[in-house]
Write a protein that binds this ligand. Sequence first.
Ligand SMILES: C[S@@+](CC[C@H](N)C(=O)[O-])C[C@H]1O[C@@H](n2cnc3c(N)ncnc32)[C@H](O)[C@@H]1O
Length: 262
Amino acid sequence: MPVRSDTAVLPGLEPLVSQALSAPECTAETASVDRLRLAAVPLVPEVRLVMAEDAIVLWARLEAEAGHVLPPPFWASAWTGGQGLARYILDHPDTVAGRHVLDVASGSGLVAIAAAIAGAAGVTANDIDPYSIAAINANAHANGVELTLSSSDLLDGDVDGVDVVLAGDALYHPSVAARMLPFFARVVANGARVLVGDPDRGHLAHDWLERVATYEVPMNGAPEDAQLHLTSVLKPRRDKVDDRRGRATRLRSEFHDCRTRE
Ligand SMILES: C[S@@+](CC[C@H](N)C(=O)[O-])C[C@H]1O[C@@H](n2cnc3c(N)ncnc32)[C@H](O)[C@@H]1O
């Protein structure tokens, strides 16, 4: 499925992204709570992202521009789980270096960008929100990395040609976790590695995901994260995944949709 990664087709987004990229410093002209700004990620200062000054106000502005309801702008924050996973990848580049990586539920693209900086052979950033795809495109350019963008919903299938699947804060809602966890199990059963970044929002599979690292988050990434100060990186236990994977309901997923572009 082709993806549109250009901000122009998404009402209201293009001027906000352009302003954030061209005038990263806040001036009297650009100061407003519904703006985006380019800023370093607290736990991962190597990466700069276009982030919301206030995600709720930004959401209201984009909905007003679109004239209809939009999903929350999850892409406009660096989520706590994604920050921990991106930190881990940059501190342990061997986990992705020279490998083909899929960052599922990519949001801003933070984890995908970290994987590209750490030397992955190729990185696909996947998210079903078209605003997210546009934000990942902008953030990839801001960080000087090339990514493949995918807007397909991959969770009910298997993926081919991937060595490592990364998922930052992908277990944020019970309905998403209910599909994400069997997807992880199938990925592992098919021979790839999975690394999950999660601050434990209550949807973790503690019986078959084991911690490999825990980080203190210096500043809250998303408004929902006000009470979260610790985040973990976890991996599935291979000896436990077999009865967790369910059945793929579709044939293998095609996810190489398009490359990041100006
Ligand atoms: C909490 S955000 C995390 C974003 C990013 N990984 C981070 O850590 O900052 C979760 C993201 O999952 C995406 N998402 C939800 N369901 C999805 C699906 N079936 N496939 C891909 N992405 C999905 C949402 O659009 C959202 O951007």
